[in-house]
Design a protein around this ligand. Structure first.
Ligand SMILES: Cc1cc2nc3c(=O)[nH]c(=O)nc-3n(C[C@H](O)[C@H](O)[C@H](O)COP(=O)(O)O)c2cc1C
Length: 204
């Protein structure tokens, strides 16, 4: 009797003393291409920051559009030149591999027609395409294309979208060639992440 109440007490105690561990934020690599819609990128970044740990990758062309000042200073931001800052000799970390390993989710928004075609043919000529080429597709990747209607309706776009779907990349298609609402993109990714977590924890 004594031992069973001690066991019960023991159980109660261990539950009561269990440290509260705040759930860790998911690590998201957020990238922008050179599209007019990249004007909304800073807003998009701030939407993701409400629930995720974010690092940013910008293509050379995207820097013409992105409002860098609108992205909080604590957010790490990488462009092509950074590849060579961290690598000097054999054994040094390779940035595109480090970033591909760091991220649990990758989001490219906006994705240009140019980078879309590069992903499909496996090109890895810049930081962004190198990350995509090194990506482990057991982890989710989302892309939100943004291009004008002529480009969007071009037959190659459809073929490229089918190819990225085959790769397992989730396409968030644009409403009439524009980039989707930043909140919508962030919520789409979050919903998918939450479902994945619930599945892993056996909730659903
Ligand atoms: C003013 C301007 C606006 C552009 N807007 C788009 C666009 O909305 N979507 C797109 O796919 N390409 C657009 N482009 C073309 C891309 O910037 C170009 O293809 C570039 O190579 C994309 O490079 P990136 O994918 O490495 O960022 C635009 C070009 C200019 C000059």
């Amino acid at each position: 009797m004594a031992s069973s109440s001690a066991t019960l007490l023991g159980k109660r105690k261990s539950t009561a003393l269990a440290p509260h561990v705040a759930p860790r934020k998911p690590r998201i690599l957020l990238a922008a291409c050179g599209c007019v819609a990249a004007k909304k990128f800073a807003i998009l970044c701030n939407c993701f920051l409400k629930w995720a740990d974010v690092k940013v990758v910008l293509t050379k062309a995207s820097q013409r559009f992105v409002d860098i000042a609108g992205i909080p200073q604590f957010v790490a931001m990488y462009t092509d030149g950074y590849e060579w800052l961290s690598w000097k000799r054999l054994g040094d970390p390779v940035l595109h591999i480090e970033l591909a390993n760091w991220a649990e989710i990758m989001v490219i928004a906006p994705l240009s027609a140019d980078t879309l075609s590069k992903i499909v043919r496996g090109s890895s000529g810049n930081l962004l395409t190198s990350i995509v080429r090194a990506w482990d597709y057991s982890k989710p990747m989302f892309v939100a294309t943004a291009m004008n209607t002529l480009m969007w309706r071009h037959p190659l776009t459809e073929r490229h979208c089918i190819s990225i779907d085959d790769l397992g990349i989730n396409l968030i298609p644009p409403p009439a060639g524009e980039l989707d609402d930043p909140d919508f993109i962030s919520n789409t990714v979050r919903l998918s992440y939450d479902k994945r977590m619930q599945k892993q924890q056996g909730v659903v």
